[in-house]
Design a protein around this ligand. Structure first.
Ligand SMILES: [Zn+2]
Length: 341
């Protein structure tokens, strides 16, 4: 039995800095399976902040794909919005083909030490308007920085008033809440007219139980962290229902086993088997027919052409390697029911 899927879009992926050892090793997993991917800008030590940065990064990504004989793959470039971003930064980036600006609230995830505080985000009217004017998408890591008196698991829900303000104030701005993890966030995304969301493969399966319910599992740790079974069930429903507003973004984010164990870095490396994992989830929900929609629903948001190529998954068991490129991939050592041909 084969499953024919569109060669769709992974609308949130980390390829890491182009001078890191991981960079040439991780791109192929995404580029072979998707016709385009939205490439996150929070590379370290040098983030992607301008159109010129994005141009150089795009060139390096395409060279790796070309060296590996991969064709038909388009990296969709982003810049990080920081305190120093201006309307001119946006106009120049747009000219360079950048399709989205990404906001990391200060300190909420990997490489976000240059992120925005909520007050500074709410002061950047001219930047959000400039993005709306040129049709650039605003991508949000939707967690509010928390103080010692606040609870970290509330960070996504605490961000929702900021999302509501952005949606209402800039009604022509297209906004994507990245990697939503809570039932409350899903509800807001579906309610607000100009807001969309990505959901990862791992958040469709994991809950906080997988991270801290037994022995601490650093390889199941990501930001935003997986939440309750009720939240996971809300994500499952939203992803598999065929919505126009909810689409796939893997947030595949490789960290070496050493950096996971020594520094507790947040991120899950799902790119090698993300499609197979999605097929399992949609099949278990009895919604395999809606998987093509989940892989392509983001196309209108980013003005992407309809997918014409296909990817075939075969009904064949495979074991996920325990280690790839010194990284423990998502579902390492487990047996999957599907395999990309
Ligand atoms: Zn991410």
């Amino acid at each position: 039995m084969n499953l024919l899927l569109p060669r769709g879009h992974d609308l949130h992926v980390h390829f890491r800095s182009y001078d890191s050892k991981l960079f040439p090793n991780v791109i192929g997993y995404t580029a072979r399976r998707f016709s385009s991917a939205l490439v996150m800008p929070n590379t370290s030590p040098n983030p992607i902040l301008t159109g010129a940065d994005a141009d150089a990064y795009r060139h390096a990504i395409l060279k790796v794909a070309d060296d590996q004989g991969i064709t038909g793959f388009t990296p969709l470039m982003t810049i990080q919005i920081t305190e120093s971003t201006t309307p001119k930064t946006i106009a120049d980036a747009h000219t360079s083909g950048v399709v989205a600006g990404k906001v990391y609230p200060l300190g909420v995830t990997t490489n976000s030490g240059n992120g925005l505080t909520i007050p500074s985000l709410m002061r950047k009217h001219d930047v959000w308007q400039a993005m709306a004017d040129v049709g650039m998408v605003l991508c949000l890591h939707g967690e509010r920085p928390f103080s010692a008196n606040e609870f970290c698991l509330q960070a996504e829900v605490s961000f929702l008033p900021t999302l509501q303000w952005l949606s209402k104030t800039f009604c022509l701005l297209k906004i994507v809440m990245e990697h939503v993890t809570t039932a409350e966030a899903v509800e807001e995304v579906l309610r607000l007219p100009n807001v969309y969301a990505t959901i990862t493969a791992h958040h469709l399966r994991l809950t906080l139980n997988d991270v801290i319910g037994g022995n601490l599992d650093p390889h199941a740790f990501c930001k935003p962290v997986a939440k309750t079974p009720e939240d996971r069930n809300a994500l499952l429903l939203a992803a598999t229902c065929g919505s126009d507003k909810i689409f796939f973004g893997s947030d595949s984010a490789p960290h070496t086993i050493e950096s996971k164990h020594l520094s507790g870095c947040a991120g899950i490396f799902s790119a090698p088997h993300a499609l197979e994992c999605l097929a399992e989830v949609f099949e278990d929900e009895g919604k395999l027919d809606n998987l093509p929609k989940f892989l392509t629903a983001g196309a209108p948001v980013y003005n992407l052409p309809a997918s014409t190529e296909t990817i075939t998954l075969e009904r064949k068991e495979q074991e996920v390697p325990k280690v790839l490129h010194q990284v423990r991939p998502y579902r390492a050592g487990e047996t999957l029911r599907w395999k990309v041909v």
